[in-house]
Design a protein around this ligand. Structure first.
Ligand code: ZN
Ligand code: ZN
Length: 315
């Protein structure tokens, strides 16, 4: 059962860290409000994340009891995740998908062609793992259909009421992806790993903000999922294609400046992902990153740093 007409998105954080902790890597379940058919934005962790989220009842407001379906790890993964948006092929963004593929249902994987080539050549190749996809090393098991994305071109997300428009990001010289997900008049931007334009010697973020400012006229941007891997203490030459609170704020200010014709960013939810977990210190820098973001928050955005399994409402 799906009820329509609500605006905004439900998000469940299935994995929030940017490395090291294998059961808690970048992965966000995203569905339109009132509709239990969602997609994953990256899938570094899958089964572990769904398990933690279920223990916290985080899918309760997404899967209505009237649907007659008991929410379980299997039903979430097979019936409610209708596809995967993969920003880039680093392990911390795909490991959960690859490992769970044996028991998954048929669905599309959406990515830029070079990311699809990486998945095909490095994971689903009968050496690292059986080829569950529909191209590459034969025999192809055809569980996953690769859907090649084109920069700035919108595509409906099959079996959902959402559409996606991808934009390139520069991640230590490698291609990563920002996904603009839309449903009715609501939009949510889910960004993969990215460095800052000035450090990456790139204009991808500037181009993204420009494109969004145009596309979003008359639509409501409910939130942005963006990484801040390190604290401000990390020197620029050791960022390896990632952001810090200072660089996140700078980027959002760039967007606000370009977007001055549209809505302000006041009150927009900015979910911080991909904080690097350290075995040396035994903790992530979550607290420091939150303080650094909030103390420089001149835009009035609402920073959210989720814990694995959290439900976050974007409206
Ligand atoms: Zn990563
Ligand atoms: Zn990466």
């Amino acid at each position: 059962m799906h009820s329509y007409g609500q605006s905004g998105f439900d998000v469940v954080a299935l994995g929030v860290n940017g490395g090291i902790s294998d059961g808690n890597l970048t992965a966000f379940f995203i569905s339109p409000k009132g509709d239990d058919r969602g997609v994953m934005c990256d899938a570094g962790t899958l089964v572990n994340g769904v398990s933690v989220a279920l223990q916290q009842d985080s899918f309760n407001s997404i899967i209505a009891p009237s649907s007659g379906q008991q929410a379980s790890i299997g039903t979430i993964i097979k019936s409610h995740i209708k596809g995967y948006l993969i920003s880039h092929s680093h392990l911390d963004h795909v490991a959960g998908l690859v490992i769970a593929s044996v028991d998954d249902s048929k669905k599309p994987i959406y990515a830029f062609p070079s990311v699809i080539a990486d998945l095909q050549d490095n994971y689903f190749n009968w050496r690292a793992w059986p080829n569950f996809a529909d191209s590459g090393v034969e025999p192809t098991l055809k569980k996953y259909t690769y859907r090649a994305l084109e920069e700035g071109k919108s595509l409906p997300l099959t079996n959902t009421s959402m559409q996606v428009t991808p934009f390139p990001l520069s991640h230590g010289g490698r291609l990563s992806t920002a996904f603009l997900i839309e449903h009715d008049n609501s939009a949510l931007l889910c960004m993969g790993d990215t460095g800052a334009d000035s450090i990456e010697k790139s204009d991808h973020l500037a181009t993204l903000w420009q494109a969004l400012a145009q596309r979003l006229e008359g639509k409501k941007l409910t939130g942005i999922i963006i990484e801040s891997s390190y604290t401000n203490a990390r020197p620029d030459n050791l960022l390896f294609g990632h952001l810090t609170p200072r660089l996140v704020i700078q980027s959002l200010q760039d967007f606000a400046r370009i977007n001055n014709k549209g809505q302000s960013l006041q009150g927009v939810k900015v979910l911080i992902s991909h904080i690097k977990y350290s075995l040396d210190t035994g903790f992530s820098n979550k607290k420091v990153i939150k303080e650094q973001l909030n103390s420089a928050n001149t835009l009035g955005v609402e920073f959210v740093i989720p814990t694995q399994g959290d439900y976050i409402s974007f409206d």
